[in-house]
Design a protein. Sequence first.
Length: 743
Amino acid sequence: MPIRSEKLYAQNFVLASKGAICSYQVEETSDPTLATHRICTNSGTKHHTQVLPTGNTSVMVRASPIPQDLHSHNAVYSIASGVYHATIVPPEEFHATLCYQDSSRGSSHNAASLVPTGVEPRPTAQVSRMMSGKKHAQQAEWEGALRDFSYALSICDTFASFAHAKFYRCRVLKELGLANRCIGRYEQAMAFLQQGLIENGDEATQELIILSGELGVVARHMGRLDDAQKAFQLLYDAAKKLQWKKPLCRAVGNLGMANFQLSQQRHDGRLLDLAITQLNERVQLAQHLGEVAADGVSPAKAASRRQLAVTWESIGQSRLSLCFAVQGNTQAAVDAAHAALKLSHTLEDPAVMALSRFFYGRALLFQGGVEEAMAQFNLPSACSCAIALCKEPSSQNYEYLRELVDVGANMDLVDNQGYTALDHSVFNGDAAMEDLVLEGLRRQLGDHRQPEFARLQVEAKLRKGYRELFQEKLRPVLLSNGGDATKSLRSLRHTYDESLSSDGERGRMFDRLKVLRYTEFLAFGRLPRSNDGERGRMFDRLKVLRYTEFLAFGRLPRSNDGLVLPLVSRSTLSHQPDTVEFVIFISYRWINTEKSRDSPDDVNNTQFGRMVTAVEAFLRLHPSVEPSRLGIWLDHSCVDQDDPMPGVSALPMIVAQCNAVISLVDGQYYERAWCSVEVMMVQQLRRAYGLHLWYEHIETERGTWELREGALDMEIVMAEKKLTFESDRPKVLFLERQSKLLG
């Protein structure tokens, strides 16, 4: 439990297990080196796990524990208003208390929590990640869903001894399987679902049926129709025997779709009739589930149940439209598809809405309504018809996408996550779908724009590389950090390096992690420049400057000044005395106004001087950081200035691998887009993991420079920020989206 205070006097009755109540003496301090926590205001006065921190204040405090009192089952204890305390419970125990709050016996102005310095305030009950993930999933925001479900899985792994841990882990694995299936990553989906089956065991539960059903859906998308049909039939029979309406509805809908596809493969009219019967049953069951959605549950749960029921009814109607179209009954196909479209208007999932538009437009085409159909196919929305098909590649969806390309549908629309149909086809690795999207783009935009198509392919592969490397390799390391920032970030750098070494394609896309020693930077006397000599890469592996070399340089180095070296390599993996252990990312504004000067700094090396001043102030705040083992990263030195895109593309992963970020703030710093997106990244990292440090180097009213902690609650709107080259805005907006996924 977090350290917190109550607004009202509270008397507590222990209902289950035992727990220790530890009080704290809390004193304000202005010295960051003495501070252990920050005060965070709370919403309301709810007790224990329902206390939700809402505002991280600038008040630093030092919290010292007072000896604990142990309270067992049936014990009664009281807590005065305003007293900071924490409940300490063994991880294997289930602890419950009943709290009675009495304002007549004391009240304070505000309830508050103490948040450890450098850590994001968050609800105590971290299972809220599951709720957040499900909300993202309902709206087809699959990257956000994967982030939250991955976090939930890390919690299950951390507290594996907690009661019913296997049950919770099974639920998380199910959601991870579903999320991966919905973005076309079938191999990953199968792995998660099969793990879920192992966690569930042989017990006949609804979770078992749901997991097995998802595996059947994956098999159907992968073209294994016979396996899918058999699996759905078994699930349908089991759910019907146990009278489980929800799994029954899902099973019969999937069984009907599998039989429809088999009927077309085998030219079997009886299977088609059976599919229609089963899909009608799906619609009727979904309608019934919607009618009883509110029975015995909260309004929020009822709304969620209705959404699911309407989703299944809409999908059932769309699939019936397919069956009627094959039979030649075009009016019935239009009617069923229109019913599905009307239902989808109440849904939060834009992919379901897009598929409903596709099937309605397709039915209209069969009746000769080309213009009406194109209006459905090309409607600007959160998800286009082409994108919805590319998200879940299959031989069937390939044929549907072919129909869209042949009729001239727009292949260049962007979804609510900033991705195109090409992005999705590249991400899930379906080369046939990718080629088909490119064919559609050529038809739509003309062959004379072939260089642009090549650029779009490169950008799509860039996004895929970033999503896979960070989400699958780096985030798990950050989530399992254990609170030791130095150890965790060292492990993160090694994971980054090893993932490139073990994957040939990834190794060609990313450069090695390199540093410039601080001593060499100082000796240089200005901003240095280094060149890794390897062009044509999509990403840079991190390159940083050793701080001592930065000081010696005396100015800002360029990327070809020869001071950059690999941070993670065969030589630096050994713990030698001069190995760089700590890396600072310098975020600054380019102030040079002379076009003839090839440097972001002015003739007086002003920014170089500020960097040295800021780093020296940082070293005074953190005396444990040795200058000889300090490296720095700054764009002019660590990004190839003749070919900057690889380094620019890797920016989120670069920030994630640095221990600290120092922002050289002036009157225009937060007006600049590149500076702002760097701040967004470190804000997100600090909130999520508590490993990274962020300081602003600012001018005081007295005209002196001061290093202070950056504000995590500062909101940044990228659309308002300035760029020297407006052509950079798509890159900055992409990095803004990616920074939100660093958490």
